[in-house]
Write a protein that binds this ligand. Structure first.
Ligand code: DGJ
Length: 681
């Protein structure tokens, strides 16, 4: 006898049909249904047997598996030396947990136990799915693929937006039409990657959008496949290398969480759910986020050329214009004069810092700023004391050459002695210096993941080190960086407090990169810096007003030699910092909407519908004689709004007029930005 299990949040509903002898069948995943609404009957009673089909109808379940009547993508590919490859759930028990259920599934023939956790957060509208698989047999189980979660998409799903890119060019939107062909993306770079963000958004013909992302900082796959009843099946999981997961008798594996949501408000509604979920998971020092301090990062201003006096002067100049945290980037440690050496030797360079980093750190803290330090723990240069002492500590494959990238190799984070060494070196710095911030970098992809493929364990090893630092130094914030945006994901966000979004700080490039980021992550975690002109990443020249306006949309920082700019630019920058401080609470705690006006104008609104800060960007020159109006869908139609543009007091306008006809914009040249404040009266 089947029963229905229904989970609700404010905006979403999930319903399964369960029986004690098979995996629960998906009956509904979508926008919130009214209380009491359930499927009128059991699914198989509504479906006739099609021609040339099995007598036993197998609809999409929460754990669809190959072999016994499911011909779609399988949640599990595994075998025991060629046997036990066809799976089917023979028993199902349901356990209730807070806001969800655990489905305990057994395959008594192949001797597998599967536990699927499904919780729907009532506040964030995010459904979390994860899967545990235990080998209950007596021989080894070889796992080729195991899904974290399986979801249905409705038959009116039309398109999927995922994100690609590269170093210096993250979050490039890729729009694909959903068809009867399999849609699949895979990341095999060993960390989250610049070119395959682990998430996507699906849009339906009625404007409803579905989103999903995998909370994982390693390899992954996701796929969407059309199924015979007209719906689609969305599956997410880790991408596993051959032989990577082999479970001995009694051993188990836990997948990362798949986070999913849906919204009748489209992609913005999906972003809002993800922002709330990620916000909930960030472990802030002291239990709550403090206003995100303005950064000064030394990288593009100084690179490896550290001079103590110059850095002190830089700190003075930064404090003067309102900077609140000074981050000493790469170049501070033993022998590090360029990117060819020294990673792994985590003690201050004697030439540059004869008395250690303390004189600079105390100078910075004496100015009232926090002091942060750059590290890249998982890496080692062949030219380093560490590698000379422990060549066996790097990830390698016997008989294969060591392949370098940025002249570096990757340490084997599966080894406890490697983690202990890194912890010891860095903890020593944290214990002896006033460091309240670490920028944790990772500047290459993985190639040699060990003789026995260990991508997954490498990620778990890195997480263990992050966890150890967080537990020992709970007041130290961490920034996740991997050559810019190579490690942005919901898995690492449990240990970190900021993402370095991209090494490309050019304000034009940043406009679209930041928009992609905001689809999955909240603005307070988005490191956004004012860079130099010309931009180091692109060579483009941009005004200080444009650069600083673009950077204000996230967690603001500065990344050039402040001592070398004109008084006019310095005053402009100081004003932007003051504006940022004025609006950061609204931007960092509210909601976020994005959109496009006509003629190449794009916008992002932050806050809540009665108090909004809207960033308007124009990248290319106008082709219209008159600026397009800015229509904002989220304002209250029945209220009047006070409107200020770039801090200049403006007019009052009716909400309905703003939504329907639009706010008239002033003329904007190419590469300019505006910040518009709208406050309901
Ligand atoms: C890559 C990062 O993204 C940069 O910001 C900088 O920290 C360099 N690494 C330092 O090597």
């Amino acid at each position: 006898m089947s029963t229905f299990i229904r989970l609700d949040s404010a905006g979403c509903t999930a319903i399964w049909e369960t029986s004690d002898s098979e995996a629960p069948l998906w009956r509904y995943w979508g926008p919130r249904l009214s209380d009491g609404v359930l499927p009128p009957e059991q699914l198989r009673e509504t479906r006739t047997e099609p021609t040339f089909s099995l007598h036993f109808d197998q609809p999409l379940s929460i754990f669809p598996v190959l072999g016994m009547g499911w011909f779609g993508q399988t949640a599990l590919l595994a075998h025991r030396d060629g046997a036990d490859w066809a799976h089917a759930i023979t028993r199902c028990e349901v356990e209730s947990v807070d806001h969800g259920v655990i489905f305990h599934l057994h395959d008594d023939v192949a001797r597998l136990f599967i536990a699927i956790h499904a919780t729907l957060d009532p506040e964030t509208d995010v459904l979390r799915l994860s899967t545990k698989l235990r080998n209950d047999g007596e021989t080894t189980l070889d796992i080729q693929s195991l899904a974290a979660g399986n979801l249905p998409l409705p038959d009116n799903a039309q398109s999927v937006r995922s994100f690609g890119g590269r170093h210096n060019g993250e979050f490039v939107p890729i729009d694909d039409v959903l068809s009867r062909s399999l849609w699949r993306r895979e990341n095999r770079r060993g960390l989250t990657s610049h070119d395959c963000f682990p998430g996507a958004v699906v849009t339906c013909s009625d404007g409803v959008a579905f989103g999903a992302q995998l909370a994982w900082s390693g390899n992954h796959f996701q796929q969407i496949e059309w199924i015979d009843d007209g719906r689609w099946h969305w599956q997410f999981g880790e991408w596993l290398a051959p032989g990577e997961v082999r479970l001995d008798a009694g051993e188990s594996i836990d997948t990362p969480d798949m986070l999913a949501t849906c919204s009748a408000e489209g992609a913005d509604g999906v972003a809002w759910a993800f922002h709330r979920e990620i916000r909930k998971g960030v472990q802030w020092p002291g239990g709550a986020m403090k206003p995100r301090p303005v950064h000064l990062n030394t990288w593009e201003g100084f690179y490896f050329d550290h001079d103590l006096d110059a850095l002190r002067q830089l700190a003075d100049a930064a404090a003067e214009i309102g900077v609140e945290r000074f981050v000493l980037d790469d170049g501070w440690f033993h022998g590090r004069n360029d990117d060819t050496s020294s990673l792994g030797d985590w003690w201050p360079d004697q030439q540059k810092y004869p008395d250690g980093v303390a004189p600079l750190a105390t100078h910075v803290t004496g100015l009232g700023m926090e002091f942060g330090l750059w590290i890249e723990p998982e890496m080692v240069n062949p030219d380093s004391d560490l590698f000379r002492a422990h060549p066996d500590w790097v990830l390698q494959i016997s008989g294969r050459p060591l392949l370098t990238a940025r002249n570096q190799l990757v340490l084997d984070m599966r080894k406890e002695e490697v983690r202990d060494y890194l912890y010891g070196q860095i903890a020593q710095l944290l214990e002896t210096l006033p460091i309240s911030y670490l920028k944790w970098d990772h500047n290459r992809d993985l190639t040699h993941a060990g003789n026995h493929a260990g991508y997954r364990e490498q990620t778990l090893g890195a997480y263990a080190l992050f966890r150890r630092f967080r537990e020992a130094f709970p007041d130290v914030e961490i920034e996740a960086c991997a050559g810019g945006g190579g490690r942005i994901d919901a898995g690492i966000s449990r240990f970190t407090h900021r993402f370095w979004t991209s090494d490309n700080i050019d304000a034009v490039s940043r406009g679209s990169i930041q928009r992609g980021f905001l689809q999955f992550m909240p603005p307070e975690l988005m490191g956004s810096h004012v860079g130099a002109s010309p931009a180091h990443g692109t060579g483009r020249r941009q005004s200080m007003a444009f650069r600083s306006s673009v950077a204000r949309a996230g967690h603001l920082g500065i990344e050039f030699d402040l001592r070398k700019i004109s008084d006019k630019d310095k005053a402009r920058l100081a004003q932007s910092i003051a504006d940022y401080k004025h609006s950061r609470d609204l931007i960092h705690q509210g909601r976020c909407w994005t959109g496009d006006a006509a003629d190449g104008v794009s916008w992002t609104a932050f806050g809540d519908p009665s108090d909004l800060m809207v960033q308007v960007l124009r990248v290319s020159a106008p082709t219209f004689r008159f600026p397009p109006p800015l229509r904002l869908p989220m304002v209250h139609r029945d209220r009047n709004y006070r409107i200020d543009i770039n801090g200049q007091s403006g007019t009052t306008m009716q909400g309905e007029w703003i939504t329907r006809s639009g706010l008239p914009l002033p003329r904007m040249n190419a590469e300019t930005a505006l910040w518009i404040s709208l406050k309901a009266e």
